[in-house]
Design a protein around this ligand. Structure first.
Ligand SMILES: Cc1cc2nc3c(=O)[nH]c(=O)nc-3n(C[C@H](O)[C@H](O)[C@H](O)COP(=O)(O)O)c2cc1C
Length: 194
C-alpha cells in the first residue's frame, strides 16, 4: 500500500467580490502544511470560471477552466471544502463544481470548513452532505466552523481563539486522514463499485 502523503484538494467555494473566504482558507492551509501526512493543492473557484451550463459546446474559456480543475480533482484523494453560507445553503459555485464532475469524487472523503453569520455556515455544510453522498463521497463528521467569521480573525489572519480553532482543524484532518488512508487502500484492493 502506498505510504505517500495523501493528496488533498482544498476547495475555496466562494467567488464573490470582496469575499472573506481566502482569510479562512489561508489559515486552514497553514494548518495542513504543518503536517506531513497531506500534500495540499488549493483549488480556488474564483480563479477558474467554470461554465454554468453543462454543455459539450464549451467556449474556449469554459474548456480551459474545466481543463485546469478536473485533473486536480481527479488526482485528489481527499477534499476539504471551505464554504460560506448563503441563504441557509452553500454557494452556487460549489454546486456547479460538484455537478460538472462524477468519478473524480468517487470513494473519497470530504471535510468542511465553514463560516458565516450566526450559524457559522453549518447549514451550508448540512446541505452539502447529501450532495456529496450522491456523488459517492464520504463526508467527515468533524467540522471547523466560524460564526460571525469577520469577528473571529485578527488583523494577522489568525483566529481570535487560536487554540480552539487549531484543535478543531487537527480533529478534522485526523478524521479526513483516516478515511483517505482507508479509502486509498480500498480503491487499490479493488475498483470502486459505482
Ligand atoms: C447572498 C448572501 C446570503 C447570505 N446568507 C446568509 C445566511 O443565510 N446565513 C448566514 O449565517 N450568513 C449569511 N450570509 C453571510 C455570509 O455567510 C458572510 O457574508 C460570508 O462572509 C460570505 O462568504 P464570502 O465573503 O466568502 O462570500 C450571506 C451572505 C450573502 C452574500
Amino acid at each position: 500500500m502506498s505510504t505517500e502523503p495523501l493528496r488533498l484538494a482544498l476547495i475555496i467555494g466562494s467567488t464573490r467580490e470582496g469575499r472573506f473566504g481566502p482569510t479562512v482558507a489561508r489559515w486552514f492551509l497553514d494548518r495542513v502544511k504543518q503536517r506531513d501526512d497531506f500534500a495540499v493543492d488549493v483549488v480556488d473557484l474564483a480563479e477558474h470560471e467554470l461554465p454554468f451550463v453543462m454543455t459539450s459546446q464549451l467556449t474556449p474559456e469554459g474548456a480551459r477552466a474545466l481543463g485546469e480543475v478536473t485533473p486536480r480533482l481527479e488526482a485528489a484523494e481527499a477534499f476539504v471544502v471551505v464554504t460560506p453560507e448563503y441563504n441557509h445553503s452553500f454557494p452556487a459555485s460549489l454546486k456547479n463544481l460538484v455537478d460538472w464532475h462524477g468519478k473524480q469524487w468517487h470513494a473519497k472523503p470530504v471535510g468542511f470548513v465553514s463560516y458565516g453569520g450566526l450559524s457559522g455556515g453549518l447549514r451550508a455544510v448540512e446541505a452539502l452532505r447529501p450532495v456529496f453522498a450522491e456523488v459517492h463521497s464520504v463526508t467527515v463528521r468533524a467540522t471547523v466552523s466560524f460564526h460571525n467569521a469577520w469577528e473571529q480573525f485578527g488583523p494577522d489572519g489568525e483566529p481570535v481563539d487560536r487554540e480552539g480553532a487549531g484543535a478543531a482543524a487537527t480533529y478534522l484532518l485526523d478524521q479526513l486522514g483516516w478515511w483517505a488512508t482507508t479509502l486509498r487502500a480500498g480503491r487499490e484492493r479493488r475498483p470502486y463499485v459505482s
